[in-house]
Design a protein around this ligand. Structure first.
Ligand code: PRP
Length: 208
C-alpha cells in the first residue's frame, strides 16, 4: 500500500519486543516508546523541505541547511504524549498541537474531547503521534480535523497498527502517509490489536 510504511530495523524490532512484553513496567515502557518514536520520526522526516545555508565553523565557512516547512506535532491524548519529547528533540522548532480523542469502550468509536487548533493558521506538515492504530477510527478522526484545519500534508506515526486499521486510514485518506513499526494481523472482539501490546496509554501511565 503506497501510503503505509512499515519501518524494518533491528533496533525497532528489539524495542518493540520490550513494549510487547507483558512484564515490562511503565518506566521501561515509556523509554521504549521514546526510542521507537525517535526511530520512526527519523524515517518519516526524510522528505522535509530544506534550503541550503552557509555556516561559519571555528575554522572556515561550510555548507549548511535549514528546514523550510512549518511543522506541527499532533499528539493524540493521552498515549501520544509519550512520543512528543523525542520528536521535539529532533525538530526543536516544531509546534505542538494537542488533540483529545478517546475510544468509547462499548462502541470502539473515537470521541473528540479537546481541540484548540487556531483557525486560519495551519502548519505545512503535521506529524500525528499515537502509539496505537487499532480500528483506525482515532487516526481518521485526527486526519479529518487536520485537513479541515488546512494542513499541507499529514503523516501518522504509530508504533503498532492492525492491518484493518491501516486499510481504513488509507481508504479514508489516500493522501496521508502512515509510518509504523509493525502491522499486526488482526483485532480481537474488543478491538484490541492481536498480538499487539495491550493498551499503550494505560501501560505508559500506570493506570491498568
Ligand atoms: C488508544 C490509542 C489510540 C486509539 C486507537 O487510545 O492510543 O488513540 O486507542 O484505537 P483506534 O484505532 O481503534 O481508534 P485510548 O482510547 O485507549 O485513549 P488513551 O490514549 O487515553 O489511553
Amino acid at each position: 500500500m503506497p501510503g503505509v510504511h512499515e519501518v524494518v530495523h533491528p533496533l525497532i524490532g528489539r524495542h518493540l519486543t520490550v513494549l510487547r512484553n507483558e512484564t515490562t513496567r511503565p518506566a521501561e515502557f515509556r523509554g521504549s516508546v521514546r526510542r521507537l518514536a525517535t526511530l520512526l520520526a527519523y524515517e518519516a522526516t526524510k522528505d522535509l523541505g530544506s534550503l541550503p545555508t552557509k555556516v561559519k565553523t571555528p575554522v572556515a565557512m561550510a555548507e549548511g541547511c535549514e528546514l523550510t516547512d512549518r511543522i506541527g506535532l499532533v499528539p493524540i491524548l493521552r498515549a501520544g504524549l509519550g512520543m512528543v519529547d523525542p520528536v521535539l528533540d529532533l525538530i526543536p522548532s516544531a509546534e505542538v498541537w494537542h488533540l483529545g480523542l478517546y475510544r468509547d469502550e462499548e462502541t470502539a468509536q473515537p470521541v473528540r474531547y479537546y481541540d484548540k487548533l487556531p483557525p486560519g493558521k495551519p502548519v505545512d506538515t503535521a506529524l500525528v503521534l499515537d502509539p496505537m492504530l487499532a480500528t483506525g477510527g482515532s487516526a481518521v478522526a485526527a486526519l479529518q480535523t487536520l485537513y479541515e484545519w488546512g494542513v499541507g500534508r499529514a503523516k501518522v506515526l504509530s508504533l503498532i497498527a492492525s492491518q484493518e486499521g491501516v486499510d481504513t486510514v488509507a481508504a479514508a485518506f489516500p493522501q496521508a502517509q502512515v509510518y509504523v513499526c509493525k502491522v499486526d494481523p488482526e483485532l480481537n472482539d474488543q478491538k484490541f490489536i492481536v498480538p499487539g501490546l495491550g493498551d499503550a496509554g494505560d501501560r505508559s501511565f500506570n493506570t491498568i
